[in-house]
Write a protein that binds this ligand. Structure first.
Ligand SMILES: Nc1ncnc2c1ncn2[C@@H]1O[C@H](COP(=O)(O)OP(=O)(O)OP(=O)(O)O)[C@@H](O)[C@H]1O
Ligand SMILES: [Mg+2]
Length: 426
């Protein structure tokens, strides 16, 4: 198959020398059984490439199992990968096949391999070298014939140096390394790929795209694209939908580019500007400043954490207590919860935002409920304390049913497992 046919078939866009080299390498190794390590930033196409490799291989009619090693809680990753026997740990009611068994004769894609815990890395090394593995709780050796494609957006060698990744596994994976270049290192691809996305979305949304000013085009090319092709695709879609029939100038485009709009350090922050007066009393506005950015980043992260926590709190409170009980909570807590944070429709009886002082209502309620006790005296607990408390309450309410608890808290079951581990609640 020649390169263009391959690109067309798997929707891999780009004509730069960088991407051509990568594709040639992929085509050389795809049909073999060789282990492949893909490295590249978020959104460069690791997933797309892994699927293309499997689809080109002689294993294409067998399973391709995709595992995100970073998303599986440490406590269960071994049994997810290698399976377990009945009764091998609490909750193992049935024997279960692991991903390596499911991928027998096919391909396993180990995404975010750098996040695999070290005790599991030893077992991965063994299965990579000899195909041998054990289900958790079993001493019977099993074998699998699985082609491994691994991916990471971290610097694996750095993890080795830091002691977080086994050196022997690193070398085993490193046989064929495919480095997918970030978009900013193949600038000539930006406009053609963007055009392709725009024409796809214009057809999909039956919309007309009028084009760009020269300055806007320059910005597209000089932008860092921290989210790479995924970000480019999203922006093309947004422009087609939201700026329908508008001619795109630089200012319009700027609104859609979230990362830094010039080349520089690897980050993804809006530009922070400082203004003030210099010694002579003249006004000045300066551009970015590393300290400012660090602070800004920390604040953004904190804000996100707080936002998630507030949602969790609101969901939990409204599903557990009556509006009267909620009104009895300390004002600081009430101010921090917004009924809009909960799914609309379910709690229609609570259309007004809870308000009112805690003193006047205290007399209505004799016994304090756990939430009131937790926030006693208008105390502001730490985020971690609150999170732990909410998880405990939800589990208690649903008698340990983790699915229901996680649904109520608005988090995934996986996240709940991870938190149980983190807070030693298991
Ligand atoms: N070369 C490419 N041509 C066309 N589309 C691409 C290309 N590379 C990536 N994409 C598109 O970009 C998006 C992200 O790609 P993909 O999920 O493969 O990235 P990734 O490297 O696995 O990212 P992450 O590290 O976040 O998992 C997808 O919509 C994909 O279709
Ligand atoms: Mg991916």
């Amino acid at each position: 198959m020649d390169r263009e046919v391959f690109q067309e078939r798997f929707g891999i866009l780009g004509k730069s020398a960088e991407i051509r080299q990568v594709i040639d390498k992929i085509m050389q190794v795809a049909e073999t059984d060789i282990t492949i390590l893909m490295q590249g930033e978020s959104g460069v196409g690791k997933d797309v490439t892994a699927r293309a490799i499997h689809a080109l291989s002689h294993r294409k009619h067998q399973n391709m199992v995709i595992v995100n090693c970073g998303a599986i809680p440490e406590g269960i990753i071994e049994s997810e990968l290698f399976g377990h026997e009945k009764g091998s740990f609490t909750g193992a009611h049935e024997a279960r096949q692991g991903y390596f068994e499911k991928a027998n004769n096919g391909t396993i894609f180990l995404d975010e391999i750098g996040d695999t815990p070290k005790n599991v890395q030893v077992k991965l090394l063994r299965v990579l070298e000899s195909g041998e593995f054990f289900r958790v709780g079993s001493s019977k050796m099993l074998t699998t014939d699985t082609r491994v494609i691994a991916a990471t957006n971290q610097d694996l060698w750095k993890l080795v140096e830091e002691g977080a990744f086994r050196e022997d596994l690193y070398y085993r994976l490193d046989t064929v390394k495919i480095k997918l270049p970030p978009l900013r290192d193949r600038k000539e691809d930006i406009i053609p790929i963007f055009r392709k996305f725009v024409s796809e979305y214009s057809a999909k949304y039956d919309s007309v795209f009028r084009g760009f000013s020269d300055e806007a085009k320059e910005l597209l090319v000089s932008y860092r694209w921290p989210g790479n092709i995924r970000e480019l695709r999203n922006i093309a879609e947004q422009l087609v939908v939201l700026e329908k029939s508008q001619y795109i100038d630089k200012e319009t485009l700027q609104k859609y580019l979230k990362g830094r709009q010039k080349e520089g350090l690897t980050d993804n922050l809006p530009i922070v500007s400082r203004s003030g007066r210099d010694e002579a009393g003249n006004r000045f506005t300066s551009g970015t400043d590393t300290d400012n950015e660090l602070i800004y980043r920390a604040l953004l992260e904190l804000q996100n954490d707080m936002g998630d926590l507030k949602k969790m709190l609101a969901k939990f409170l409204y599903s557990t207590f009556s509006s009267k009980e909620i009104k009895a909570l300390p004002p600081a807590v009430q101010r921090s919860i917004d009924p809009n944070d909960i799914n609309t429709g379910i709690y229609d009886n609570l259309s007004t935002s809870p308000s009112g002082g805690h003193e006047e209502l205290e007399e209505d309620i004799e016994e304090k409920n756990p939430v009131q006790r937790f926030f006693e005296n208008d105390r502001i607990p730490s985020i971690e304390e609150t999170e732990k408390f909410l998880i405990e309450q939800a589990l208690e309410k649903f008698e340990g049913n983790r699915r229901k608890a996680s649904e109520t808290l608005g988090i995934s079951e996986r996240t709940l497992y991870r938190k149980l581990d983190q807070y030693d609640l298991a």
